[in-house]
Design a protein around this ligand. Sequence first.
Ligand code: GTP
Ligand code: MG
Length: 727
Amino acid sequence: MILPLKQMRVGASLSQGDLALRVGISQGQVSRYESAPETIPFDIAHAWCQACGLSIEAAMRLSAPNKQSGIDPGNPYSDLHGNLDLLRQYISAAPAIPADLPSLSMTPDDLCLKVNQWIRKPTLLITGRFDSGKTRIANALLGSDNLPSQYTPTTSVVTFVRHLSDRPHWQKEDVWIMKRGFDPGRWNDQAHCAQFRLIAGGYETLKRFGTKDSEGDEIGAKAALVYMGAPLLQACTLIDVPGFQDDAEDGEMATNSAALADILLYTSPANGFLDAADFLHLGQLLRGLPPIDSPRTEMRYGNFFLIATHAAPSILDEQLQLILDKGSRRLYKHLGDSVFASASHRLTEVQLRQRMFSFWYETQNRREALEEGVIDALTDTLPTAITKRIDEEVKDIKAKTRANLRKRIESYEAAVSEIEAARENIDSLRERAPLHKKEVRKAKAEFKAEVEKMRAASKVFIERDLAKSLQAESIEAFIKKHFPTKNDKEDAKKDAVAKLLEDVQFRLGGFLEKESEKLKPFVEKYLNEYDVSLGSLKSAEFGGFEAIPFDAQGAFAGGLAAAGTLGALVLWASAMGNLGGYILVAKLASVLSIAGLGVGSTGLVTLVAAIGGPVTLAVGIATVLTMGIWSLFGEAWESRLAKKISKTLQEKGLLEKIQEKSDAFWDTSWTAFEHGADAIEEKFAEYLARNETLLNDKDSHKKIEAAVAALEDLRDFFGGIPWRLPV
Ligand SMILES: Nc1nc2c(ncn2[C@@H]2O[C@H](COP(=O)(O)OP(=O)(O)OP(=O)(O)O)[C@@H](O)[C@H]2O)c(=O)[nH]1
Ligand SMILES: [Mg+2]
C-alpha cells in the first residue's frame, strides 16, 4: 500500500520542516519519502499519519479516492456545430471563381477558414503559481488521474487536453509530446504536428516526459497534446500549464497562455492567498480576458474563477471566508481603479467577491461551488455568447457579401451596355495612376511622420511623467493615498509595488491610447486616396459612369491581418466593428476573440496588455523578490518603503525597459501599416490590370457577360447560405 505522503502533509498545512520535527526525522528524509513513498518504513508511516492528524485507514482512503466521474456539461455546441458542419458541406459545393476577376472581399474559401475557426471549442485555462493545485483541479474536473500531480514532481509542459472525438485520424496515440515552436492552434495540421513531435505514447508518457526533472527536460519538451474521453471535454479544451516559478520566463508564459483563455481558473493557495506576484499575473491575465456575463445568474465575468486552493479542513470555515473576503478586498484595491474601472472590463467589489472560490478535493462543500460555476460557464455563459455572436457574423457575412456582389454585378452590367464609357473610365484611372501614386506616397509619409511624432511624445511622457512618479517622494505620497492607515502597513509592504506598477502601466496605456486615437484620421486619409481616384470617375466628365467598385478598406485590413501584431492600429481595426473581428484573428487566439468578442471597446486594456504588461510583470516580480522580508518599525515607514521601492525599480531598469517597449510599439504600428499599404497597392494594381484586360478585349462583351454569370452564381451562393440557428 503506497500512502500519498505529500498530499497528507500539504493537507495538514505542514511544511516539510514541520513534519520532520513531528516525526523525528530530517527534512531531507521527508522529501525523499515523498518522492518515493513506497520506501517508507511502517513505523515512520504511522508517525507521519499521526502528525497529519489522520488514521492509517483514513490515509489509505486518500490514496484510493472514489473514482470520480468529473463534471459533465453535456454537449452545448451540438446545434452550433451541426449547423457549421452543414455550412462546410455547402461551401464544398461552392461555384468556382474565374481567375481573371479582380479579388473579392469575401470568397467561399475565406468563409471556409472562418467556419474552421468557429468550430473550435473554447478553452479552459488553469494557471497560477507552481504547486498551487492546478493539475489536481484539472483531474477533478476531468474525473481522471491521468495528468501527473500527486506523487510525482510537477507539470513542466503546457498540456492541451482535448476530447477523443477531436483527435485527428492520423494521430493514433493519446499523448504527443511536442518541442518548442509547436503552434497549438494547429493541432489538426498533420505536417505541423509531425514536425514538432518528440515522443508519442500513452498517459504514462506524460509522467516520463511532462514533469520537472524528467527525461522531457533533456529532449526539450515544451507542450503536450493529450486526448481523453472525459465528458468535460465535450464543452471545452482544457489547458494545464507549468506554475509560475517567479523567474524570467514568467512574463512570456503568462502572456502566451493569457491569449488562449476563454475561461480562466486562477489558483492561489489559501495559506498565503494572493501575493504581489499573483496580483501582477492577475492584472495581466484579466486584461486579456474578455468578460462574459452569465445569462442565468446574471453574474459578471462568468468566465473567471479565482480559487483558494489547498483549502484543507485544518482551515476552519470562518477562516476560509475571511481569507476570501480579505483577498477580494486587496485585489479590488489593486485593480479597482484600472482594469475593473475600464468600460469593457467593469467590475464592482461585490461582483469580484462572487468570482472567488475554494478548492479541496476531499471536502465536497469546498469544491462544489467551483464545479457548479464551471458547469454554468461551460453550458450556458459561453455557449450563449459564442453562439449569438457567430450567428450574427454568419448573417452579417451573408447579407454584406451578397450586397457587395450585387453592386459589382450592376457595375459590370453597366459596363456591357456602355462599354465605351467603361473603357474611358478605366483608361483615365490608368492615366491618373502617377498622380495617384504621388498622393499615396504623400499620405504614407504623413502617417510615418505622425508615428515618429508619437514616438517622441511617448519618450517625453516616460522620461518626465512616469519618471516623476517613480521618485521616492511621489511613491511616498502614493503609499499614503492608497494605504492610509496604520492598519494598512502590512498590506502596503506586500502590495504597494504591484499597485504602483499597475498605476504606471495604466497611465502609460492611457497615454498611448490617446496618441493612437490620433492616428485614425491618417489611416482614413490614406484609404481615401483610393476612393478619390474612383470617386473622380463618377463625375460627368466620364459620362457619369459609376466605376467598378474597389474595396480599399478590405484590402488594407487583409494586409493588417497578415502583419499579426497591429500596434496602434488595433484601435482603427477595433473601430471597424465586425470587419475588425474578421481580421483580428491571429494565428493563435481564444475562441472569444475569434468570435469577435475579444475586440471592440477594449482598446485601452488591450494596449496596456500589449505594452506595459510583460515588462512591468517581469520587473515587478524581480522587485518583489529583491525586497524580501524586512521590518517596517517606526513612524516614517511610508518614507522608508518608498525609498526602497524607488531604488529597486531603478536598479531593475524599469523606465529603460518601458522605453524599449514603447519604441517597439511604434515600430510595430508602422510595420503593420506598411503591410496594409502593400496589400492595398497590390490589390489595386491587380484591379486595374484585370479590368483593363476585361474591357479592352475584342471579346469584351462575352467575357464580361461570363463574369456577370459567375458573380451571379456567387451572389446566389452567399444569399443561399443555409443558416437556421435557434438562438
Ligand atoms: N489531498 C489533496 N491534495 C491536493 C489538493 N490539491 C493539491 N494537492 C496536492 O498538492 C500538490 C500540488 O498539486 P498539483 O496539482 O500538482 O499542483 P500544480 O499547481 O499543478 O503544480 P505545478 O504543476 O508545479 O505548477 C500535489 O501533491 C497534490 O496532490 C487537494 O485538493 N487535496
Ligand atoms: Mg501541475
